[in-house]
Design a protein around this ligand. Structure first.
Ligand code: HEC
Length: 113
């Protein structure tokens, strides 16, 4: 079959694209809560809401091995209280880099808040 390598390459390209598109969609109850309570206020620079949301997240670390969860969120809440955009975003990024994939894998049905 002369067309087969091309077919394989296309299939691979399509599944990679699908994987990327799915990356930004929340799969957990926490993720669904994050969108209106973290994503929207971050976009609108609503620091009062961000401070409340980050404090709530800090007070509810997930069960299991998430040792930096509370301290990252607490630092984010403190940055939001000072209207510090970079500091607030840093806490989003740190937690997502460390724990997003792990949380999605381990706690798909954990209730939040
Ligand atoms: C202490 C941990 C933690 C902090 C801090 C945190 N997040 Fe999240 N966030 C998560 C986890 C875990 C998920 C994955 C859950 C999912 O997608 O179902 C997530 C998912 C999301 C999602 C859902 C879509 C996606 O990208 O997966 C948005 C939007 C989001 N966070 C925004 C924010 C913003 C904005 C901030 C900072 C203001 C923030 N988060 C801070 C842990 C955190």
């Amino acid at each position: 079959m002369r067309t087969r390598p091309l077919t394989l390459a296309l299939t691979l390209a399509l599944s990679l694209a699908a994987g990327l598109a799915a990356a930004g969609e929340p799969t957990t109850l926490l993720g669904k809560w994050m969108k209106p309570n973290m994503g929207a206020p971050m976009a609108g620079q609503d620091f009062a809401t961000l401070k409340t949301s980050l404090s709530l997240v800090a007070s509810k670390p997930p069960p299991g091995d998430y040792p930096q969860w509370a301290s990252i969120a607490t630092a984010g809440a403190a940055a939001a209280a000072k209207q510090d955009v970079a500091g607030t975003k840093a806490s989003c990024k740190q937690c997502h880099d460390l724990y997003k994939e792990k949380y999605k894998k381990e706690l798909p049905t954990r209730p939040f808040p």
